[in-house]
Design a protein around this ligand. Sequence first.
Ligand SMILES: [Zn+2]
Length: 603
Amino acid sequence: MWKVFIMKHRSKIRTYIVFFVSLYLVVTLNVKADAQKVNRKPKASNPADHSFPALGASDERKVEVAWNRFYDHAGMGGILARLHKAFPELTRLYSIGKSVQGRDIWCIEVTSHNVGDSDRKPGMYIDGNIHGNEVQGGEVVAYTAWYLCHQYGRLEKVTALLDRCVFYLVPTINPDARDFWFHAAYSSRSSRTGLEPTDDDRDGLMDEDDYDDLDGDGVITQMRIKDLFGRYKPHPNYPDYLMVRVNPDERGQYSLLGGEGIDNDGDGRINEDRRGGYDMNRNWAFDWQPNYVQYGAKEYPFSQPETRAVADFVLSRPNIAAAHSYHNSGGLILRGPGREGGEMSEQDERALRLISERGEKILPYYRSIAIWDDLYTVWGGELDWFYGGRGILTFSNELWTSKNLYKTPDAPSDEQQAEFVEYVLMGDGLIPWREYDHPTYGKIEIGGRRKEWGRIPPSFLLEEELHRNMAFTLYHADMMPLLKIHEIAVEKLEENLYKIWVTIENQRLIPTRTGQDITHHISPPDIVSLKGNDIKVLSAGRVTDKYFKRVQPVKRRPERVELNSIGGMDSAIVQFVAEGKGSFTITVDSAKGGVLTKNQLLP
Ligand SMILES: [Zn+2]
């Protein structure tokens, strides 16, 4: 019977057999293949060897730096040292002085040292972090050095800039407090001061009652206590982030007790004499006022080694024509004066406004304002001395604004900021409240925000902050005077007697000497001179009207003509009347505009 059945259905049976065998093979082979897939892995090669640059960064990175992190003083020094080693022809690296605690204040000088005399190029000075907790200024300055070095020879703009200008880049002028902010327990606001011990509460002891990291988590957060008569409660949606006032008709839940600490010296007060206790940005010798007018000013201007080091350095570099100092926070491009009625010439204000208008475009959500008018009064600030004392057009950027969290023209509310922490940072930035037994208050709670939240950007926004701020200072630097001898016109008056007109132009916005500089005779006047072996200059002067050929003659030494300034996007014409023959050299010597020479043969 089987036989009959098999014979009858032979072809069908064959089909079934083929089908099931195939199925078996497909399944088993696939299982094997799956097993192989699970075991297959890419080679663990270094991703950097297979990476490609996005725009704005150079392809070849001689010095790798992660710009979404922060660096302490040693880390910052390491970046500068590596840059100097990798780019010896573009950099000089030196200390301009020491801090109270003996840390070096590093300056990296960036320019093309093979082109021209570096010490005579228009100079741009940039520093950061005068306030110890305002850390990211340091990273902006170091990023600027890193960027300039890597882009020289690659981008025409950067090459031209380093060929004609010199950058003095000082990442931190308060290295003591910078280090303490990173290494000691601090909040986002503390460690602003320099670290010379100071008797804040006049009890004869110095720095004896600083904050205390009571729960040992490395951060100074807030203290709160359960209190039915307190006027605070946790925000219903963001209880860890936000303490809000209870409604007027609502019973209280908590009282706030300030930053973490105990009464270290038993004087009945908490955290009343913290480390340091003064403000290095009130210690500068222009419009300075004593401590009773301006808190933090110290005993006299430049009393601190850090501010004095910067002043000595700037005085030794009369070629500095532009400056910038970085603070945080607020998203502001600040210009002087620091007080109402402070010195600011109309023409200088105009130049500052023009430059900062470009800055507002480069830096979304940043606003350009005058310090005294829109912010608060500052006596003896760094910016005041740079402009007032040295006639240098200077800005101070308040880095980072919360408007950047959601890219909105208005600052986000407290709730919106809490939302950002919760949904964008996934809660990073918060320290949950926990109980603590306080020697004075008893059972309290400690917690709140991490010190990195509020005044500095999160990692993924930091790099943008660095680049955009640098771009603004590069524009500012590019606006420093660029002098050219436009034309030398020689007119023969009679045999061996010539009238020579030299036209010098300034192709940039900033004059060789600012209004402040001219009014107070800060830097020497620009000098245009004529020299030749067989030539004697009989008379000379500045041409005041080139059409009517009016000349303001010099009284003595006609071979040199002093000019008050060569204006921004302007020119000056100098006339020499000389007798003789052969070739002559015209030299233009300007402290902030540089030196240039041109030779010509008399006809
Ligand atoms: Zn500041």
